[in-house]
Design a protein around this ligand. Structure first.
Ligand code: NAD
Length: 501
């Protein structure tokens, strides 16, 4: 049955006026299961206006009430995450346990946002001058736009909206048009949690919707996550229009294995981080840097494990890896495998002909492993965003670090070693935002901030943690003087610059 996915405005679904629609496909079957409306400018305007109208009252709602609603949302989410995970699997393809995992990581940010009364506390300095006190406060910025990618339909929006809402802002979420159903499920959950209408809104669409958000005078801040070219575009457009913006982009994450590492554990980690979610994670490991002489043994162990992975429908309990998100993306990833082979990389495991446990029209591509990859090859230079792991062999630790630092991306990286000194040096040496030591996917917990360096993030603020609170609030410093009638100052005219004494 085909279902239709609409906008969410003022606490209800809204079709809008646009007559453009896009099909939604189940990647495991290749069948169209729904269609989503694509906003025009007027639709976008209506959603943004709803968010702007709700702003004043929400910002004035007590911290106690706001926290209680975020807490209610957390309880509902926690009890129903399996339902949301099914929706994600049906439109994204990832296996059910992975979908539950992404919701749980998003839920951590909701839990962090429940501490908003503490996080918003200002400072007070009594008596900075005679009879003068100074205090600081952080106020909401207003309407926040969140533009999210296909690969985490629940977690990525949840990096932002719990904190934005708890801090007193109103939100317009523009989800990926490839898997938009999770956004409406989340909107309904907010309503059930008691969030006033208009505080959380969803705008469905593509570039038209995004451009409307980037140019609207009513949008104060933009949190974007997606590919690097679009992140850069969003950063530049939003900045030009006077908005606060954080735009997280693509990645090419390297995992370094030193010769002293536990090779079995490193092989497990490389397989989990390279092929989990079919490699469609911004923190996936796509390059393995094997420092001599560990390469031969490591490649053999990874190949063994990769060949045993069960590829199939994410809704089936037996499946360990699901399909890719669309047919076009599957074909693009397969074309990278062709290119790697043609460029002379050694194809150790070839996922192109995988026998998936699923319907033949699914967008299947199995785990793929290349050895002897070099930095001039397309499979090294481009973000493939699929289950393709490239091994580069280097002679020394310094060669490994130089390789990472020469790469234009700087999202995540990891080192596998038993040498504490080398690990400590690594964290200082690499120009990357998130680093794992014997941890292949070092996604920070909610109370730290998530973000990369270089082409992986435009702007200077990372997501969630205290940086997230800072991004969604604006500071004020208040200097006040109250006159003590028993000790009244003399007053008088003094045109000189105010002094403190
Ligand atoms: P994408 O850039 O194609 O789309 C992201 C969002 O931008 C979507 O909402 C989409 O509708 C919108 N968009 C697409 N084209 C646009 C255009 N021309 N103008 C304006 N808006 C446009 O990314 P995707 O394919 O959905 O997601 C995968 C990418 O996201 C990968 O590059 C991945 O590395 C990246 N990603 C990064 C992080 C991170 O934290 N750095 C996290 C998740 C995903």
């Amino acid at each position: 049955m085909i279902h239709t996915i609409h906008h969410w405005v003022n606490g209800v679904e809204s079709t809008g006026r646009s007559d453009r629609w896009t099909d939604i496909t189940n990647p495991a079957t290749g069948r169209v299961t729904g269609r989503v409306v694509m906003a025009d400018e007027a639709d976008a305007e209506a959603v943004i206006t709803a968010a702007a109208r709700a702003g004043k009252e929400w910002a004035a709602t007590s911290l106690a009430r706001r926290t209680q609603i975020v807490f209610n949302f957390r309880e509902l989410l926690n009890s129903r995450k399996s339902e949301l995970a099914e929706i994600i699997t049906a439109e994204h393809g990832k296996v059910h346990s992975d979908a539950v995992g992404e919701i749980s990581r998003g839920q951590e940010v909701v839990e962090f946002a429940c501490g908003i009364p503490h996080l918003l506390k200002g400072h007070l300095s009594p008596g900075v001058s005679t009879g003068v006190d100074v205090h600081s406060r952080r106020d909401p910025v207003g309407v926040v736009a969140i533009i999210s990618p296909f690969n985490f339909p629940a977690m990525v929006p949840m990096w932002f909206f719990p904190i934005a809402i708890a801090a007193g802002n109103t939100v317009v979420l523009k989800p990926s048009e490839k898997n938009p159903s999770a956004s409406l499920w989340l909107a309904r959950l907010w309503k059930e949690a008691g969030l006033p209408d208009g505080v959380f809104n969803v705008l469905q669409g593509d570039k038209v919707a995004v451009d409307a958000l980037l140019t609207s005078k009513d949008v104060a801040a933009v949190s974007f996550v997606g590919s690097t070219p679009i992140a850069q575009y969003v950063y530049e457009q939003a900045s030009r229009n006077g908005k606060r913006v954080q735009a997280l982009g693509g990645a090419k994450n390297h995992m370094v294995v030193l010769p002293d590492a536990d090779v079995d554990l490193a092989a497990d980690a490389a397989v989990n981080a390279g092929f989990g979610s079919a490699g469609e994670r911004c923190m996936a490991i796509s390059v393995l840097v094997a420092v001599d002489p560990v390469g031969g043994e490591l490649v053999a162990k990874i190949a063994d494990r990769a060949r045993g992975i069960v590829v199939g429908d994410g809704a089936s309990e037996d499946s360990e890896m699901g399909p890719l998100v669309t047919r076009a993306h599957r074909d693009r990833v397969a074309a990278f495998v062709d290119a790697g082979e043609a460029a002379g990389a050694k194809l150790v495991v070839d996922g192109r002909g995988v026998q998936a446990k699923g319907e033949s029209d699914g967008f299947w591509l199995g785990p793929t492993l290349f050895d002897n990859v070099t930095t001039d090859m397309e499979i090294y230079r481009e973000e493939i965003f699929g289950p393709v792991l490239s091994v580069i062999r280097v002679k020394t630790y310094d060669d490994a670090v130089a390789l990472i630092n020469a790469n234009p991306y700087g999202n995540g990286t990891a080192i596998f070693t038993n040498d504490g000194g080398a690990a400590r040096r690594f964290e200082a040496d690499v120009q990357v935002g998130m680093i794992g030591v014997n941890v292949p996917v070092p996604v920070p917990v909610a109370y730290y901030s998530f973000g990369g360096w270089k082409q992986s993030l435009f702007g200077d603020t990372h997501a969630h943690g205290t940086e997230g609170v800072h991004f969604f609030t604006r500071g004020k410093a208040v200097t006040s003087r109250w006159i003590d009638p028993a000790n009244r100052p003399e007053g008088g005219i003094e045109l000189g610059f105010p002094r403190n004494d």
